[in-house]
Design a protein around this ligand. Structure first.
Ligand code: KG4
Ligand code: ZN
Length: 334
């Protein structure tokens, strides 16, 4: 039998997820997406909380049954405390507390951004210290990871996150939300040198993506005035050119900061790490510099409870438990 069985809950944005981690091994990772937001072109917080409310019980039951365990086998309950949408977090936090109370179990609270980084330890083992580029819908961070629970942000965005840069420019091209995966797919058929967009002039520890969005907007306004069919006639080339600009910005900073901190291991995390060009070129960057490269499996890139479970596993080893009074945090520093 297992020594420790963690039930982990993730509900920070628009995915309801539950995972089971037994003695550091993921036995199940169930994720229910929310289609309801597509028609609005972005996540509507109120609708997200309601959908979490509908999904949470079936998702947890599915995780328990996929793991081949019984509810009584769970020894610890973990949950995402933040950062995220407060209404969405509340559903997961309340469920976790209720489950723990009913089964007389200890609780572990997890920082979502820390969990994205620790997702690497699900099936690989980067050596400390390593530099992790965490790129999601809400964050763009370069994190110096000194130990499982000891991390320092050494680079951050001043404005939009990389995922937002994908989603907002995709929206300007008329693509449905979330635009990142669609842009990735279309870019494969396009020529990335067709159009050039400016890169931001910011400090060495900073990213910025709002200028890209504005320059794409003005460029499209100008071109569609001359040719109303400009976007549809050049869609793949536009996607490839925008994607290349975003990836260029991310890689340049990663290389600079890795050299500055003399790290020889680089890792990618967060939803945008599902992007195929970023994965390919990030790997090439490592090969060029003779650095170790770590990229999580697709299912552990976007939001998932397996990463919450693995983070909780390390917190349990450190005996870092939470009380029933723990509240969710919309903002939660690393
Ligand atoms: O980490 P995540 O699942 O949720 C947040 O915590 O934000 O990241 C979601 C973001 C979205 O902006 C989505 O467009 C982006 O990840 N994304 C991608 C790809 N798959 C997901 N961006 C570019 N290419 C992809 N293949
Ligand atoms: Zn995330």
């Amino acid at each position: 039998m297992y020594h420790s069985v963690i039930l982990a809950i993730e509900s920070s944005c628009d995915d309801t997820s539950a995972a089971i981690c037994a003695d550091g091994k993921i036995l199940a990772n169930v994720i229910a997406g929310q289609k309801v937001h597509e028609q609005w072109g972005g996540v509507v917080p109120e609708l997200a909380s309601r959908a979490h409310q509908q999904n949470i019980v079936p998702v947890v039951n599915a995780a328990i049954s996929q793991a081949g365990i019984n509810r009584e086998d769970v020894t610890t309950v973990a949950f995402t405390r933040g950062p995220g949408l407060i209404g969405s977090l509340l559903v997961g936090v309340s469920f976790a507390k209720a489950f723990a109370l009913a089964q007389h179990l200890p609780l572990v609270e997890v920082n979502h951004m820390q969990a994205h980084v620790l997702a690497h330890f699900i099936d690989s083992r980067p050596k400390f210290p390593f530099l992790c580029l965490t790129v999601s819908g809400g964050h763009t961070q370069l994190v110096l990871v000194k130990d499982y629970l000891q991390m320092e942000i050494v680079g951050e965005t001043l404005d939009d996150a990389a995922g937002e840069a994908f989603d907002k420019t995709a929206k300007l091209l008329g693509l449905p939300y979330p635009g990142g995966p669609m842009m990735d797919k279309l870019a494969k058929q396009g020529n990335a040198t067709s159009f050039r967009f400016p890169e931001p002039q910011v400090g060495e520890n900073e990213f910025s993506f709002s200028g890209l969005k504005t320059s794409v907007l003005y460029f499209l306004q100008k071109e569609t005035k001359a040719n109303p069919n400009f976007v549809e006639q050049n869609l793949a080339d536009l996607c490839a050119s925008i994607q290349k600009t975003i990836v260029d910005i991310l890689l340049k900073k990663t290389e600079h900061i890795a050299k500055k901190y003399s790290t020889t291991e680089i890792a990618l995390a967060g939803g945008v790490s599902a992007n195929s060009e970023l994965r390919e070129r990030f790997t090439a960057l490592g090969v060029k510099n003779n650095w170790g490269v770590y990229i999580p499996a697709f299912e552990y890139c976007t939001d998932n409870a397996a990463m919450i479970a693995i983070a909780a596993h390390y917190k349990c080893l450190d005996k870092k438990f939470a009380s029933q009074q723990t509240e969710p945090l919309a903002r939660y520093a690393l």
